[in-house]
Design a protein around this ligand. Structure first.
Ligand code: FES
Length: 299
């Protein structure tokens, strides 16, 4: 692990050359930037980092320089983001990124044993690659925080596709198949692709394979609560924002929110758990047009 980390730090310290990215990547980058309001290209940084990662298998010094140039950021700003999120890799990644959830629930149910078994079989540690990065059958191993699939614990993902309810034996069989050049079907979700392809998808370019479009994203455990509620005719109630804020200490913030809303309408939330109070972070959303006309005018 140590040597990989040293290499990546040295790499990120290079000046970087944005010219290594050709016309095709620049066209894709322009498409990403065009998704954001004029003058706010910097908002495109996260997908842009996935785009450069799709080209080189990691976020290199060149990738950082490329993002900085196109988004009018400093390289330090780009590097700060790239080194904060674990999805951005700092050394070249294998054809497959195998992530083992070792967070509390998965860890207790066997995630730690799975990680140990894979680490031993592959002969690598965290963020290290068995095989030549990018080459067929190469595998980068990582342990991950909660992969948002606790109802299938312990889980392993391969290039972010789920393999549910794993055991050390099933996980060893899985990586054996990958190393042999096979692509076992995930428990749910799209069929596997390589790390470059999934990085491009995460950058916002759609996976158009018919089998991906048809693939089911959820399984029975995910839907069990909803189905039971349907059977019982139950719905989650909406509730006032003031209740949600959690007590008198938040009264000032609530009053501020209501004043900002100024709609004269009851201050209720939706019945799901989506982020609320967006008026504060996006004042345009409070306007009668929801900010649409302002954005059109800017263009
Ligand atoms: S703890 Fe492993 S998916 Fe949540």
């Amino acid at each position: 692990m140590g040597s990989n980390q040293r290499l990546s730090l040295i790499d990120i310290g290079r000046p970087g050359d944005p010219a290594v990215f050709g016309e095709q990547v620049r066209t894709a980058a322009a498409e990403i930037i065009a998704r954001y309001p004029a003058g706010e290209a910097r908002s495109a940084l996260l997908p842009m980092l996935h785009l450069v990662q799709s080209e080189q298998g990691y976020v290199s010094a060149d990738g950082i320089a490329f993002c900085a140039e196109l988004l009018e950021l400093t390289k330090a700003q780009v590097a700060a983001v790239a080194t904060f999120y674990t999805m951005y890799k700092r050394s070249p990644t294998g054809e497959y990124l195998v992530s083992v959830c070792t967070n509390t629930l998965c860890g207790l149910l066997g995630g730690d044993e799975i990680y140990r078994a894979l680490s031993e079989r592959l002969g690598v540690g965290m963020n290290e690659t068995a095989g030549t990065p990018g080459a067929p059958g190469s595998i980068t191993l990582e342990h991950a925080e909660c992969l948002a699939a606790c109802d299938y614990a312990p889980v392993v993902t391969v290039n972010y596709e789920f393999f549910d309810n794993q055991t050390p034996d099933s996980a060893l069989e899985l990586v054996g198949e990958l190393q042999a050049g096979n692509r076992p079907l995930p428990t749910r979700g799209a069929p596997l692709c390589n790390f470059a392809e999934i990085s491009r998808q995460i950058a916002g370019f759609v996976d158009r394979r018919p089998e991906s479009v048809r693939a089911a994203a959820t399984g029975a455990p995910t839907e069990a609560g909803v189905r039971l509620a349907q059977q019982l005719g139950q719905q989650a109630p909406s509730y006032p924002v003031s209740d949600r804020a959690g007590g008198p200490e938040h009264a000032g913030a609530d009053a501020e929110t209501k004043a900002a809303d100024n709609t004269g309408k009851p201050d209720y939330t939706s019945s799901n758990d989506a982020p609320l109070n967006t008026v504060k972070s996006d004042p345009a959303a409070a306007s009668p047009t929801g900010g649409q006309s302002e954005r059109v005018d800017e263009e």
